[in-house]
Design a protein around this ligand. Structure first.
Ligand code: COA
Length: 260
């Protein structure tokens, strides 16, 4: 597929996906969603890629939300389809079989915040601004924001941000635990690659199984989650890298992982 609104690069086990509509602050229109669906399905099936970074083009925005010129045309029927399409693509990203790091470089409003909430790890530049300003447009977050933000912080805090449309700056996001680290803007992408490289140096099966186990927390209670964890642990015990990692420790040598 020819990509118009996305940039896609693969470098040493790391994929970099850049939402590329800087003149519209990377607002998510339907074409961008179609391209995202295509590229994230490709990434899911590509075993050469062990970690994904997603960011926005330009210095001002990660993503300034859903494209309001498209939103403006919605009615009751198309509104449901619109929300469900965005949700399906963010679910695809959240359920990806490898870690996804959001490198949030500026405005992450509406769908931009909702995409960040769907990623596995969030890093922010000092000028990052999150927020759910949908009420200002007479709507509510529709790409999973009411559900994920509430799980990430708590219902009182999530509701205050959703009801007031107040923005969350990078340091507040860090204080709330919404982002792991805050960096000067110029360091954000190098730091995201540094983290991605560190993760991608670990055995891939253990990385994939770790993501699966942690992501299950939203869908399972403690006992069911523990059963699931034990099943994934058992799968890890069947990998060659498990034998190699444990043998290397016992033989006091560096492991030579084969990612299988
Ligand atoms: N949908 C469509 N276009 C958008 C957009 C969006 N969500 N956000 C920004 N743009 C466009 C603007 O219309 C403008 O296009 P133009 O140059 O053709 O007029 C361009 O991006 C630059 O935005 P602008 O508003 O001029 O930049 P700014 O620095 O003054 O303000 C924001 C930046 C992010 C505060 C402002 O663009 C904004 O509030 N955007 C909407 C955020 C929002 O409500 N998102 C949730 C949608 S559910």
């Amino acid at each position: 597929m020819e990509l118009k609104n996305l940039l896609y690069e693969k470098k040493n086990k790391i994929a970099l996906v850049t939402i590329n509509r800087p003149d519209k602050l990377n607002a998510l229109n339907q074409l961008t969603f179609t391209e995202m669906e295509f590229i994230f399905n490709e990434i899911n099936n590509d075993d050469e890629i062990h970690v994904v970074i997603i960011t926005g083009a330009g210095e001002k925005a990660f993503i300034a939300g859903a494209d309001i010129s498209e939103l403006n045309k919605l009615d009751i029927i198309s509104g449901k389809e619109f929300a469900e399409k965005g949700q399906a693509i963010f679910n695809l990203i959240e359920n990806l079989n490898k870690p996804v790091i959001a490198a949030v470089n500026g405005f992450a409003l509406g769908g931009g915040s909702e995409l960040a909430w769907a990623c596995h790890i969030r890093l922010a530049s000092e000028n990052a601004k999150f927020g759910q300003p949908e009420v200002n447009l007479g709507i509510i977050p529709g790409y999973g924001g009411t559900q994920r933000l509430t799980r990430l912080i708590n219902s009182g805090r999530a509701l205050e941000y959703i009801l007031t449309a107040d923005r969350i700056d990078a340091h507040e996001a860090f204080r709330l635990g919404l982002v792991n680290h805050v960096y000067p803007a110029a360091e954000l992408i190098p730091k995201a690659f540094e983290l991605a490289e560190k993760i991608s140096s670990k055995p891939f099966q253990a990385i994939k199984l770790s993501v699966k186990a942690v992501r299950a927390v939203d869908n399972m209670g403690l006992r069911e989650g523990q059963n699931y964890e034990a099943s994934l642990f058992a799968i890890a015990c069947g990998t060659e890298d498990f034998k190699e990692g444990t043998s290397a420790f016992l033989e006091k040598r560096q492991p030579n992982f084969k990612n299988c």
